[in-house]
Design a protein around this ligand. Structure first.
Ligand code: NAD
Ligand SMILES: O=C(O)C1=N[C@H](C(=O)O)CCC1
Length: 264
């Protein structure tokens, strides 16, 4: 049995994760971390599942009180998610993190902390298998077609831009692509931001619109041709196989795994 704490139970991902955990025979939800409802149980909060699971607002207090916890599933916002993750590791609780927007210093720090504790942790910018494949295929294509632009599209409640998936895609592409700067050497922006964000010469464009969930297209260009690699998440259930897989696999690793492509 794997005892799990979910951070962000009232969020779209947290809610979906609780439903998934509840269906799995070898998973048990033992607590939730929320920004309100301290001292209540899930069933006492409108809109949450009818479960007798305690809610805590303070991570330290939660991890001390629920000492049977094995895994933290973190699905909140960047700053809070980082603190939750760090505190979980200090309590020897393995983190499975979907929250995006951590910077590279934070990732490094979490890796060092995990290693010093001899436990594993997973941070996955995208839990959807199709998105992981999109990133892998893009990494392969960039070796042959180094001119590439990334267009990511998300719902308009998203806090971080570019998306974690777009950043991870560019980082993976960087491993196979010959460094080059793209576009015309004399190009100028008549409106700031017109050419998007820049990572190692690649451009990332972030769209935010109601109605969208999570979508990304990676477009490569060569003489007389383009190649588009595209993935769409149509709902949050698309991420749950990856969350389940990570909860199981996090016991088999040491230190930080950043990106599910490393485990597939
Ligand atoms: N890795 C993936 O595959 C994947 C997929 C979808 C979303 N995400 C990421 O997961 C995170 C959550 O996404 P979502 O769509 O569920 O967002 P959401 O806005 O629906 O939920 C955010 C949750 O964070 C909680 N929260 C906000 N401030 C808090 C605080 N101070 N303390 C405790 N909790 C706090 C909110 O109460 C809410 O429960 C985001 O970072 C998003 O980018 C990752
Ligand atoms: O809904 C979000 O927010 C998502 N964020 C992730 C990202 O930043 O890449 C993954 C998909 C959904």
């Amino acid at each position: 049995m794997i005892n799990i704490i979910v951070a962000g139970p009232r969020g779209k991902m947290g809610y979906e994760a609780i439903k998934m955990i509840n269906k799995e025979e070898n998973f048990r939800l033992v607590a939730c971390l929320d920004r309100k409802n301290n001292g209540k149980t899930l069933k006492e909060v409108d809109g949450l599942p009818d479960l007798d699971v305690p809610i805590y607002e303070n991570a330290e207090e939660c991890f001390q009180a629920v000492d049977s916890a094995d895994v933290l599933v973190e699905l909140t916002i960047p700053e809070v998610g980082y603190l939750h993750t760090k505190t979980a590791i200090q309590h020897n609780i393995r983190p499975v993190v979907g929250t995006t927007g951590f910077n590279s210093e934070q990732l490094e720090e979490l890796d060092e902390l995990l290693t010093s504790k001899n436990i594993g942790g997973i941070i996955a910018p995208n839990f959807a298998i199709g998105a992981v494949l999109m990133m892998k295929f893009s990494q392969m294509a960039a070796k042959y077609l180094p001119d590439v632009e990334i267009i990511e599209k998300h719902h308009d409640n998203k806090l971080d831009a570019p998306s974690g998936t777009a950043v991870k895609t560019a980082e993976m592409i960087r491993e196979t692509r010959e460094p080059k700067s793209q576009g015309h050497p004399n190009e100028t922006e008549t409106i700031t931001g017109a050419r998007g964000a820049e990572l190692d010469g690649m451009r990332i464009h972030s769209l935010r619109l109601p109605g969208l969930v999570a979508h990304q297209e990676v477009i490569f260009g060569g003489p007389g041709q383009t190649l588009s690699i595209k993935h769409d998440s149509l709902n949050r259930a698309s991420f749950m196989d990856g969350v389940r897989f990570s909860i199981e696999r996090v016991f088999e690793i040491d230190g930080l795994v950043y990106g599910l492509e490393q485990l597939l």
